[in-house]
Design a protein around this ligand. Structure first.
Ligand code: CMC
Length: 429
């Protein structure tokens, strides 16, 4: 039996129910507080607000634990693939061989874009950021298929989800080719998900890109590690948009926009730019660390710190180990990896970072892997978005399948002006 919380306000005691999650996370349910007392709760940046109950992903930020549907991220990174993990996130269980075959063939059947979409790509300037193109094109894509613009329909959801996961990869590769003035490369049905993405990015009409096993595996793992991360900024955005009963493509296009910001998915690009500028300036990182600690400098140590993790981000640990292995296998020596390691070592010994529990997050080393794979820096956040798509879709489905789900509509505490008289323009000072 869950306990009841008691809150005393203006001499009255209010009883509020509490609940405990599977992993012992405790919450006070304040949903009737305003109705009972006239008070709302205020929580800037939602740092202490549970916006929903979810069965998808569990994070223990103090211990550095991340699990998708109960499976530790370390186990999935070692044993699973991105496509299998996508299925797990969306449908709740690891697929049987037949389910995986069906899901994979749906991805293959839906990998092409409507040919008329090429006119949309042509409309973007060459320097257009691929995140802007990605978000616009996800919405544009749905216009070519009236079914996709309908509100949630469980009967066609499987097809819609497969379409989105498959097409987002084609859009991303086409956006990159367009930005380089290169001809679009069409997907090959014989290739698996990540192979096909690399093919569409790097093949030429006259020559196929050579698919190296270690490269395909590394990128597949990067997608998998980004596949979900509970109620982060972009996933909350997807749920917020979905709660208005917007369609899957519109909800996930909004997720792309939220992800773009440098405090969220855009941090992987920002990390690499930071490492490059440290390298170019000849600094070994110590000057940059000093700046990152100085609030007036406007700089932060990008790829460090996390709202939830107050310990090493488990994804960063996996990526760091993969970085070493991949660079050795590809015989690449990257001075930026040395700078990143030095920065990490220095920061982890520094009282500023220790006291604030700031550790490397997923973005700190992911850029080094992507650079080694030949992915251009402006595509880093796009890779994150491709990876995060199954998590957004799973969260969208969770909102839609919940019969009790309501439109997300937070309240506010208004601190602006009290009522005042309208002053005609000629009398204003
Ligand atoms: N460098 C220097 N100081 C930092 C950093 C950093 N990277 N991150 C946090 N701090 C300081 C911050 O100034 C504050 O100090 P004080 O208590 O003296 O005012 C304290 O640590 C707490 O920071 P906060 O901004 O209140 O923490 P938050 O939970 O609101 O923000 C964060 C989390 C991830 C936005 C922030 O740590 C940050 O800006 N990190 C750099 C950007 C980054 O790497 N983002 C990727 C996040 S992981 C992947 C993803 O979500 O997409």
């Amino acid at each position: 039996m869950n306990k009841t919380a008691k809150l005393e306000l203006d001499g009255k005691v209010y009883e509020l129910p509490t609940l405990v999650g599977t992993e012992g996370e405790k919450a006070v349910d304040i949903s009737t507080l305003r109705q009972q007392s006239g008070y709302i709760t205020l929580d800037d940046g939602y740092a202490n607000t549970g916006s929903c109950k979810s069965k998808i992903t569990f994070i223990d930020g103090e211990k550095g634990i991340l699990r998708y549907r109960g499976y530790p991220i370390e186990v999935l990174a070692e044993k699973s693939t991105f496509v299998e993990t996508a299925y797990l996130l969306i449908y709740g269980e690891l697929p049987t061989a037949n389910q995986l075959k069906r899901f994979s063939s749906l991805l293959t059947q839906n990998e092409m874009l409507h040919e008329d979409l090429k006119y949309q790509f042509e409309g973007f300037p060459a320097h257009g950021h691929p995140m802007a193109i990605l978000s616009a094109m996800i919405n544009a894509c749905s216009c070519f298929d009236p079914e996709l613009m309908e509100p949630y329909n469980p009967a066609i959801f499987e097809l819609e989800a497969a379409r989105l996961i498959s097409k987002v990869r084609t859009i991303a590769a086409f956006a990159y080719r367009k930005s380089r003035g290169l001809p679009a490369i069409y997907p090959k049905p014989t290739y698996k998900y990540t192979e096909n993405f690399l093919h569409m990015m790097f093949s030429e009409p006259y020559q196929d890109y050579e698919l190296r096993k270690e490269v395909v595996q590394a990128l597949d793992m990067v997608f998998l590690l980004h596949a979900d991360h509970e109620q982060n900024c972009s996933t909350s955005t997807v749920r917020m948009v979905a709660s208005s009963r917007a369609n899957l493509f519109a909800s996930c296009a909004a997720g792309v926009c939220a992800l773009w910001g440098p405090l969220h998915g855009g941090a992987n690009q920002a990390v690499l730019e930071m490492l490059k500028s440290i390298h170019a300036s000849g600094d070994d990182g110590s000057r940059f660390i000093a700046e990152a600690k100085d609030k007036k400098s406007g700089h932060r140590l990008m790829g460090f710190g996390h709202r939830v993790y107050k310990n090493y981000d488990p994804r960063a640990k996996i990526i760091k180990a993969k970085c070493d292995k991949l660079l050795a296998a590809l015989k690449i020596s990257d001075p930026l990896l040395d700078i990143a390691k030095k920065l990490e070592e220095t920061a982890l010994k520094d009282s500023y970072f220790i006291e604030r529990k700031l550790y490397p997050n997923v973005d700190f080393y992911s850029g080094i892997i992507m650079r080694a794979l030949g992915i251009p820096v402006e595509m880093f956040t796009v890779i994150f978005a491709i990876g995060r798509m199954p998590g957004w879709i799973a969260n969208y489905k969770e909102v839609m399948d919940d019969p009790a789900s309501r439109i997300y509509r937070p309240r506010q505490v208004f601190v602006g002006p009290a009522p005042r008289d309208y002053v005609p323009i000629d009398q204003r000072k």
